[in-house]
Design a protein around this ligand. Structure first.
Ligand code: GDP
Length: 358
């Protein structure tokens, strides 16, 4: 499955956040046989629709989709030169599907900042610069090789050109992700570049920032097109120890209506280009993870490969239509249940039953 690699400068709250991400009783209860690597945090994607479906179908249990985060050893300035853990760090990032940077916004004189002051945008630039430098090294070598190849094989020319275009973007100080609209991302895939991966920023903030909409809007705009999430890692690590009522009180005390991990799960899911569809029955109501743009047979394949191979059609009702009708039978009577074929592109919130040959 796809993962987000958690990176960040030392002392920004990565371990604190990761601790919250890995302490997940909901998941342990629902996926007892899943092996979860020690450096992986798996969080459920909050989905209030599952409880509604469970009510309609009398489902015994609810299974949300999940998002995986991998803890990547601390980056240091000079990582691209192989300093310290540099090389291992870059290799680990290469394996992640998206980059999730934890950025310190909280003020606390007891916690030392590696660069002496709390400056979120400067911290983002430090990490961005290391990744850009690593990509520039990759491209420098690749371009020499690709130009040679292009001289003998015509179809290598577009790749060589795309690499040179990417190099120019990095030279101007931008990441390839920020410039994705100008690039043919497909052509560059074989080069395993780092800054072409989608970015997500987690601003580790205290109450003063969490309740400051203007400040949050400013930081959000500064990192666009990446997603931005604001949370207090310390509070998140305390929330997971509390019962629902105490957790709600703690959240309210810092002006929040939901745990930051919920927003983080949603943003992580979005950053990875994922979406869900729903199935429901007396046994379980469940959200299944697919890629945005997946067709119905692809979606069926997530449940079982036989479902994809033997796909005939999908019986689909939009979640809202099902809820408005009150039951599957009523939705059918109201003409809200559609039969979709193999070219149908799934829409988030589709409640599905697949028909297939085995
Ligand atoms: P890492 O080096 O990025 O993994 O950072 P840690 O998670 O070890 O956090 C460094 C220090 O900052 C620890 O003493 C944490 O308790 C503290 N810390 C982490 N998050 C917060 C926060 O949101 N607010 C405050 N005040 N301190 C925090």
């Amino acid at each position: 499955s796809l993962t987000l690699g958690i990176v960040g400068l030392p002392n920004v709250g990565k371990s604190t956040l990761f601790n919250a991400l890995t302490r997940n009783d909901v998941l342990a209860a629902n996926y007892p046989f899943a092996t979860i690597e020690p450096n992986t945090g798996v969080v459920p994607l909050p989905d209030p629709r599952l409880a509604v479906l469970a009510g309609i179908f009398g489902s015994e249990r609810q299974l949300p989709a999940v998002v995986s985060f991998v803890d990547i050893a601390g980056i240091v300035k000079g990582a691209s030169e192989g300093a310290g853990l540099g090389n291992k760090f870059l290799a680990n990032i290469r394996e992640a599907d998206a980059i999730c940077q934890v950025v310190r916004v909280f003020a606390d004189d007891d916690v030392i900042h590696v660069d002496g002051k709390v400056d979120p945008l400067a911290d983002i630039e430090v990490i961005e610069t290391e990744l850009i430098l690593a990509d520039m090294q990759t491209l420098e070598k690749a371009i020499v090789r690709l130009e040679k190849e292009a001289r003998v094989k015509k179809d290598r020319k577009p790749v060589a050109d795309a690499a040179k275009q990417a190099q120019a973007i990095l030279d101007s100080g931008r990441t390839l992700f920020a410039a994705q609209k100008e690039l043919d991302v497909e052509l560059l895939k074989e080069l395993s570049l780092l800054t072409i991966k989608p970015f997500l920023y987690v601003f580790n903030a205290d109450e003063s920032v969490l309740t400051d909409e203007a400040k949050k809007a400013e930081l959000t705009a500064a990192v666009a097109p990446a997603d931005a999430v604001f949370l207090d890692a310390k509070v998140e690590s305390e929330l997971i120890e509390l019962d629902d009522e105490s957790a709600a009180e703690l959240l309210e005390s810092i002006g929040q209506t939901e745990p930051g991990l919920h927003a983080l799960a949603r943003a992580g899911f979005h950053t990875l280009g994922l979406q869900t569809y729903l199935t429901a029955g007396p046994k379980e109501s469940r959200a299944w993870t697919i890629h945005q743009g997946d067709t119905a047979p692809k979606a069926a394949g997530v449940i079982h490969t036989d479902f994809e191979r033997g796909f005939i059609k999908a019986e689909i009702v939009a979640f809202e239509d099902l809820v408005a009708a009150g039951s599957m039978a009523a939705a059918k009577a109201a003409g809200k249940v559609r039969m979709e074929g193999k070219d149908y592109v799934m829409v988030d919130g589709d409640v599905v039953e697949f028909r297939f040959n085995v």
